[in-house]
Design a binder for this molecule. Structure first.
Ligand code: DHB
Ligand code: MG
Length: 231
């Protein structure tokens, strides 16, 4: 199969246009300040994978936090603290973000980046396996927003805890729920199976209004977003 020159030129132009649109949206609505840039640099220096959310996704999390009047936010999977900074900055005075992280060394990087970004006072990084921490979080609930972005195999269990720890009107977001379309097909590996099952559940659970949005620059991955209608 060949792509002739004019088609190739057209594809390149489309790609460039998409990039320019994305840059303009970021410049106008989701610019990264020193705190966010520092979190990226620190995470990279600590050897963490560069798989954090995009600035547009960060701003979408803030928008969703505002929409549900979030005062308490739970993050499952802190990675380098980048998404946590976006989330924590959406909180009003007295608000709280609890971020669960399995790796103690990564948690130390995250705490440092939270402090440097000016959100150290309203954030807590809890170290441990989320499946062991979540059963003991009843006293921290209800959370207004839960962001799931950790290992993919237990995504359905994370969703179950998220439902248990929220209230009607709360919003649950999960990252990586498109996966180049694999998130909607019979799964070939455990991690993808977790995502497929989460999508299946949020699509059919009458307690939720849900949508998956492909939103990265190549339209290959994105958020699942679910609003809790009733408990
Ligand atoms: C992976 C995990 C993520 O949360 C992500 O956003 C991208 C990739 C991964 O495990 O490969
Ligand atoms: Mg992710």
């Amino acid at each position: 199969m060949t792509v002739d020159n004019s088609e190739l030129t057209q594809l390149k132009q489309q790609r460039q246009t998409r990039q320019q649109i994305e840059e303009a949206i970021i410049r106008n609505f989701a610019p990264e300040d020193e705190g966010l840039c520092n979190a990226l640099t620190s995470a990279k220096e600590a050897g963490l994978p560069e798989i954090q959310i995009s600035p547009i996704q960060g701003k979408l999390l803030q928008l969703l936090a505002a929409a549900c009047n979030a005062r308490k936010i739970l993050e499952i999977g802190a990675l380098g603290g980048y998404s946590g900074i976006w989330l924590a900055r959406a909180l009003p005075a007295g608000g709280r973000l609890i971020s669960l992280e399995i790796n103690p060394a990564h948690a130390a990087v995250v705490r440092n980046s939270f402090a440097k970004a000016g959100v150290g006072d309203r954030t807590e990084v809890r170290v441990g396996n989320a499946l062991e921490l979540l059963p003991h979080m009843e006293s921290d609930a209800p959370f207004d927003l839960v962001f799931i972005d950790a290992d993919k195999t237990p995504y359905p269990q994370y969703l179950e805890y998220a439902m248990r720890l929220t209230r009607p009107g709360s919003i649950i977001v999960a990252d990586n729920c498109v996966r180049s379309g694999k998130a909607f097909l019979p799964a070939e590996d455990e991690g993808t199976a977790g995502i497929v099952e989460l999508n299946r559940r949020i699509a059919s659970d009458p307690r939720l209004t849900s949508l998956v949005l492909a939103m990265d620059e190549d339209y290959t991955d994105g958020f699942a977003i679910a609003v809790v209608k009733y408990a």
